[in-house]
Design a protein around this ligand. Structure first.
Ligand SMILES: Nc1nc2c(ncn2[C@@H]2O[C@H](COP(=O)(O)OP(=O)(O)O)[C@@H](O)[C@H]2O)c(=O)[nH]1
Ligand SMILES: [Mg+2]
Length: 329
C-alpha cells in the first residue's frame, strides 16, 4: 500500500509525474480518504487544459479516431491525456478492453497519457470521479484532455458534457443518425464526425444530419466526414477543433457553459452526499422501523412517512456528534 504523503503526491502530479497521476486518479476512483484533500490542493492549478469529449454509439470508431487525434496533437508538440470512461463495465484497475493495447502503443511517449475508468456499480459516482480525474490531468500540465466514452448512455452523456468541446462520432450504418437524434446527441454535439467514410453511405448521413444541425452557444454545429482507417478528414477535424477553440474559448458563451456545468456538478454532488447521509442515518434506525410498521398497518401513508423521515435525517445532521470544523479551514 501507498505510504506517500499527500503534499508530496500533489507536488508530483503538478510536475506531471505519470505514476503520481495514476495514483491520484486511483485514489479518486476508490474514494480514498485523502482524495478530497488532494483535489483541494490540485484545484488551484487547473483550468488550463482544453477538454474534448468524444461520444457516440459503440463501434463507430471513437477509439480509433482518438488515436489519430492524439498523433496530430503530438506532431504539434502538445501534451495529451486520454481518459476512456466505461460506465457499462465493472472492471477496475485502470485498464479495460482494447485500451490496454493503446496504452502500450503510446507508453514510450512521455507526452501521451492514457487511462481507463470503469464503473464501480454506481454511474453517478463514476461521472463525479471522471470530472475529478480530468482535473488531475489538467493540473498535471496536459494541454489537451480527451474524454472518451464507450457509448451513449445517460452517464456517458453526463461525462462528455463537461468538456469544452463535444465530438459525436457516427458512421454510415442504417439509422445511426436517427439513433443520435433519439439519444439527444444533437443537443450535446459541437462537431459530428461521420467516421468510416471509406465505406459507402457517409454522404447520406451528412445529408440527413445537415437538416438538423443548428446553433449551439454561438457556434454553428458542423458535420464532417472522416476515416480513422485511412486518415482522411482527420486534419480537417482538428482544424475544426482549433477553429472552435479560437472562436469560443474565451467567449461569453463558453464562460456561461462552464458556469452551467459547474452548477450541475454541484447540484449533483449535493444530491449524492445527501442521499449517502440519508442511507447512513436511516439504515437500522429505530425511527425508521417504527414508521415502517405504521405504514404497513395503514396508520400512515408512504408520502407522510417520507416527510417524517426527511425531518429525522436533517435534524440528525443539525446537531450530531460530528467533528466541529477546524478554525481557518
Ligand atoms: N472501415 C473502417 N473501419 C473502422 C474505421 N474506424 C474504426 N474502424 C473499425 O471499427 C471497429 C470499432 O472501432 P473502435 O475504434 O473500437 O470503435 P469505438 O467502439 O467507437 O471506440 C474496429 O474494428 C475498427 O477497426 C474507419 O474509419 N473505417
Ligand atoms: Mg472505444
Amino acid at each position: 500500500m501507498s505510504v506517500i504523503q499527500l503534499p508530496e503526491l500533489s507536488e508530483r502530479v503538478l510536475i506531471g509525474d505519470r505514476k503520481a497521476v495514476s495514483r491520484a486518479i486511483s485514489s479518486i476512483e476508490n474514494h480514498d480518504k485523502g482524495s478530497d484533500d488532494l483535489l483541494k490542493r490540485l484545484f488551484p492549478h487547473t483550468g488550463h487544459a482544453f477538454t474534448i469529449g468524444i461520444t457516440g454509439p459503440p463501434g463507430t470508431g471513437k477509439s480509433s479516431l482518438v488515436d489519430r487525434m492524439v498523433k496530430i496533437c503530438r506532431t504539434e508538440g502538445k501534451k495529451v491525456a486520454v481518459l476512456a470512461v466505461d460506465p457499462t463495465s465493472p472492471v477496475s484497475g485502470g485498464a479495460i478492453l482494447g485500451d490496454r493495447v493503446r496504452m502500450i502503443e503510446h507508453s514510450l511517449d512521455p507526452g501521451v497519457y492514457i487511462r481507463s475508468m470503469a464503473s464501480r456499480g454506481d454511474e453517478g459516482g463514476l461521472s463525479r470521479a471522471a470530472r475529478n480525474a480530468i482535473r488531475v490531468l489538467d493540473a498535471a500540465g496536459n494541454d489537451i484532455i480527451i474524454a472518451e466514452t464507450v457509448g451513449i448512455g445517460q452517464a456517458e452523456v453526463e461525462i462528455v458534457q463537461v468538456a469544452d468541446l463535444v465530438i459525436v462520432v457516427l458512421m454510415p450504418e442504417l439509422g445511426d443518425e436517427i439513433q443520435a437524434i433519439k439519444a439527444g446527441l444533437m443537443e450535446i454535439g459541437d462537431i459530428f464526425a461521420i467516421n468510416k467514410s471509406d465505406l459507402p453511405g457517409s454522404d447520406k448521413v451528412i445529408y440527413n444530419l445537415e437538416t438538423v444541425l443548428g446553433k449551439k452557444d454561438n457556434w454553428d454545429q458542423e458535420a464532417i466526414k472522416v476515416s480513422a482507417k485511412t486518415g482522411e478528414g482527420i486534419e480537417e477535424l482538428m482544424s475544426l477543433v482549433e477553429k472552435y477553440h479560437r472562436t469560443l474559448a474565451n467567449s461569453e458563451a463558453a464562460r456561461k457553459r462552464r458556469l452551467a456545468n459547474l452548477s450541475e456538478e454541484l447540484i449533483r454532488n449535493v444530491g449524492f452526499v445527501l442521499s449517502q447521509r440519508a442511507e447512513e442515518s436511516l439504515r437500522g434506525n429505530k425511527a425508521l422501523e417504527t414508521i415502517v410498521s405504521k405504514v404497513a398497518s395503514r396508520q400512515l401513508d408512504p408520502e407522510s412517512a417520507t416527510k417524517l423521515l426527511v425531518e429525522t435525517v436533517t435534524s440528525n445532521h443539525a446537531n450530531p456528534h460530528r467533528r466541529a470544523p477546524r478554525k481557518g479551514a
